[in-house]
Write a protein that binds this ligand. Structure first.
Ligand SMILES: [Zn+2]
Length: 270
């Protein structure tokens, strides 16, 4: 098995409308075998399914409602149960094609949560989607910001077993609580400029690490569009921190991805 899996990527973002073909080609040249396309809101679900049909065996769809919802490009708010109304019928329709439910999670950044009610609403949205993931036997592709501990706690309480925590921003000691539960953590290319991510990778066992780009965000350079081809930036940096070969990082992280997202086996031979 020679190649990487991007476990969390926003390939449906408008940033890629003009040159998605070239972006995909370049990512394959960089060694990418598969990419998980995650959603933030129900309005982009159709586009994600279409992209997965246009690139079968390479783009794998994940549908879910993100804890932060856009009212307008300038205004965002925390998610509430009503946001699931449009989403759930589409998830049901495409359930057999999905490799995970996501992007879901908790985001307690002060500008999105002004009260305990806002936090509670996000929790309800996550709990409902965690239930659906369990019913469908699908993993969760999880966002947490300023909410590492409550996110892991909630997932454990809900008895969720298959979890990817993407771009985790909490303390390594909190992340280790996730490791104990068998959760995986995906590391974006922004690790090269984030001391917090470097500390996290030092602590996490390689057996719990996956790769992601979160394109177009979290790239190696701030304010520059991130692309799935930058997956190797994450891999190279992890190999440096862990003191293991790049081949080993590739091998172990891809095995981890296959373990967590078994539907990828259709495209990648273990
Ligand atoms: Zn994301």
């Amino acid at each position: 098995m020679q190649g990487y899996v991007d476990c969390h990527c926003h390939i449906s973002a408008g940033d890629f409308d003009k040159d998605v073909e070239e972006v995909i080609e370049n990512s394959k040249k960089a060694g990418l075998l598969a990419l998980l396309a995650v959603a933030e809101h129900s309005r982009e679900f159709k586009k994600i399914i279409e992209l997965s049909q246009r690139y079968p065996g390479f783009i794998f769809p994940c549908l879910g409602v993100h804890p932060v919802q856009e009212v307008s490009p300038e205004q965002q708010r925390g998610a509430c149960l009503q946001d699931l109304d449009a989403a759930l019928p589409i998830i049901e329709k495409y359930k057999d094609q999905l490799v995970a439910i996501g992007e879901v999670g908790l985001d307690f950044t002060p500008r999105y949560v002004r009260s305990d009610t806002d936090k509670e609403n996000q929790r309800l949205v996550l709990i409902r989607q965690a239930q659906i993931a369990k019913e469908l036997d699908l993993p969760l592709n999880v966002h947490s910001r300023s909410a590492g501990r409550p996110t892991i706690q909630l997932l454990k309480e809900q008895g969720v077993k298959k979890v990817l925590l993407h771009a985790f921003d909490g303390k390594p000691s909190v992340a280790m609580e996730g490791v104990k539960a068998g959760y995986f953590f995906s590391i974006p290319p922004s690790i090269i400029r984030s001391e917090q991510k470097q500390k996290l990778v030092k602590q996490l066992p390689l057996e719990n690490i996956c790769l992601e780009t979160d394109s177009p965000a979290l790239g190696p350079e701030k304010q520059v569009r991130n692309e799935p081809k930058n997956i190797c930036v994450s891999a190279e940096y992890i190999s440096k921190i862990k003191g293991v070969s790049l081949e080993e990082v590739m091998e172990v992280t891809t095995q981890n991805a296959l373990q967590l997202f078994p539907k990828l086996k259709a495209a990648i031979r273990p």
